[in-house]
Design a protein around this ligand. Structure first.
Ligand SMILES: Nc1ncnc2c1ncn2[C@@H]1O[C@H](COP(=O)(O)OP(=O)(O)O)[C@@H](O)[C@H]1O
Ligand SMILES: [Mg+2]
Length: 451
């Protein structure tokens, strides 16, 4: 008869900590020249068994961290290190076991004793926690120095994640949390684009059905590429998707990942994805233009990123098990080989006239007093602005009106539009405003009164 599969409770990780505590107590007893209590030994055996079961389980809490492929010894070591943060009273035990060491963290020397390591295991320990060791590379363990008596600190965010502490919110290294929220109603896009964006979410919503129930192939991602001119709502759409999922959105700054030191960039990229592993989050990579020029065709921007690093980053994005959104302002020559790697490519067009009218109506602050002559259709017809331009102009007009102490007028809006366009075009003339020019105060366009 097959053994009943024990279900693993969320508290399963507690048996790991309890086991380390018993190990430490046994060691403390033998240090004091005493035989460890037989009851303690029996407890150790029970815990040992529990720990093995937890680790084998498909719902093992360790799977919340990048622990795939780690050996049993590696998990033993990790448990001994993380326990200081997860269960601080064991940190005090460590201090008792290491007189003269003021820190509540385990050292390699203490690990030898606690885990009663054999010679070959001592070698493996080094590959785990030594400089560049596996547990350090995976951003699970931190050590300021090396050597037998160096404190091995758990990475707090990793412990928080393992323990379901709210600190699990901390951003993966190289990313920043975007706290904005936005709804579909605020997003102005052609209907077919909105449908594509909604389909992107299906990859997350129905993963269980397609992969687990239907045996669909697991690929990483999903990854979407949003392309289109600046200010057309690519970044904004990522906010809408994250809001819809109710997952935190993290924006990755490529410039922060790239280091001039050989190998550092790969390390940074590795840390980012290791920290993101298994967490519910949307990763957004803005302006990835530098990554996607055709192979062999070296663009100025791309010179900053060595070829190797680019392919490493792309490979990690593809392998990452979670949504990634890449945005680019380059529209034309997206390398086919590049876009084939993604589940979805969405082109963001400049808004047409009806879309611009809608954007104007959305961007004027909703409770602002508005002069009755404000005409969104005229605004939409007059100037071919992007959503980003309209947002800036609408807000600027509101500030002008607030300063005048009255309602928003077409003159305020004409002024604001003029300012917005003049950012890119210093030679701008009032004719560029089309029918809106009639509302532009003469002084704004640099035309003196009466001239
Ligand atoms: N299609 C759109 N629908 C709704 N708002 C938009 C749209 N395009 C731009 N915006 C507004 O303009 C701002 C800037 O747009 P953004 O998403 O940063 O553009 P992009 O990333 O394409 O350069 C957004 O925060 C949003 O308020
Ligand atoms: Mg953007």
């Amino acid at each position: 008869m097959p053994a009943a599969v024990e279900s693993i409770s969320p508290a399963a990780i507690q048996s790991e900590w309890a086991r380390v505590e018993v190990l430490a107590r046994c060691l403390l007893a033998s240090r004091g020249g005493r035989e460890p209590d037989p009851e303690l030994i029996a407890r150790l055996k029970r815990l040992q068994h529990q720990v093995e079961q937890v680790r084998r389980s498909e719902t093992s809490p360790w799977l919340k961290l990048p622990t795939r492929g780690l050996s049993p010894l590696a998990l033993d070591v990790l448990a001994c290190i993380m326990v200081s943060e997860a269960m601080p009273r064991i940190g005090w035990l460590y201090q008792e076991l290491q007189p003269g060491n003021p820190l509540p963290f385990v050292t390699p020397a203490l690990l030898h004793m606690l885990l009663a390591l054999e010679d070959d295991e001592i070698h493996e320990l080094q590959t785990l926690i030594g400089a560049g060791g596996e547990l350090r590379r995976r951003n699970l363990v931190d050590a300021e120095t090396d050597g037998a008596f160096a404190a091995l600190r758990p990475v707090r965010s990793a412990v928080a994640l393992l323990m379901d502490w709210p600190e699990a919110e901390v951003a993966p290294p190289g990313a920043i949390r975007v706290r904005l929220r936005a709804s579909w109603e605020e997003l102005v896009l052609p209907p077919d684009r909105e449908i594509m964006l909604r389909e992107f979410l299906l990859w997350l919503r129905h993963r269980d059905t397609v992969v687990h129930q239907w045996g669909g192939k697991t690929v990483g991602g999903p990854v979407a590429l949003f392309s289109g001119p600046s200010g057309t709502g690519k970044t904004f759409a990522a906010t809408v998707l994250a809001t819809e999922l109710d997952w935190p959105l993290y924006r990755v700054d490529l410039a922060r990942l790239v280091s001039k030191y050989i190998g550092e960039t790969e390390k940074n990229i590795g840390r980012l994805f290791d920290a993101a592993h298994g967490r519910h989050m949307v990763l957004q990579f803005d302006e990835v233009d530098a990554l996607m020029s055709k192979r062999g065709e070296i663009k100025e921007a791309r010179d900053r990123y060595a070829n190797m690093e680019v392919s490493y980053l792309l490979a990690r994005i593809e392998d990452h098990d979670g949504p990634c959104i890449l945005t680019t302002n380059l529209r034309a020559q997206i390398d086919k080989a590049f876009s084939r790697r993604f589940q979805m490519v969405v082109e963001f067009p400049r808004p047409d006239e009806p879309a611009r009218a809608r954007l104007w109506s959305l961007m004027i602050p909703p409770r602002a007093p508005r002069h009755q002559a404000v005409d969104f259709e005229l605004l939409a017809r007059a100037v071919n602005l992007t959503g980003g331009n309209i947002k800036n102009a609408a807000l600027h007009a509101a500030y002008l009106a607030a300063d005048d102490g009255g309602s928003i007028t077409m003159a305020h809006i004409a002024t604001a539009v003029f300012r917005e366009l003049a950012k890119d075009r210093p030679q701008l003339s009032r004719n560029d405003l089309g029918p809106l020019a009639d509302h532009l105060p003469a002084a704004v366009a640099g035309i003196g009164e009466g001239s």
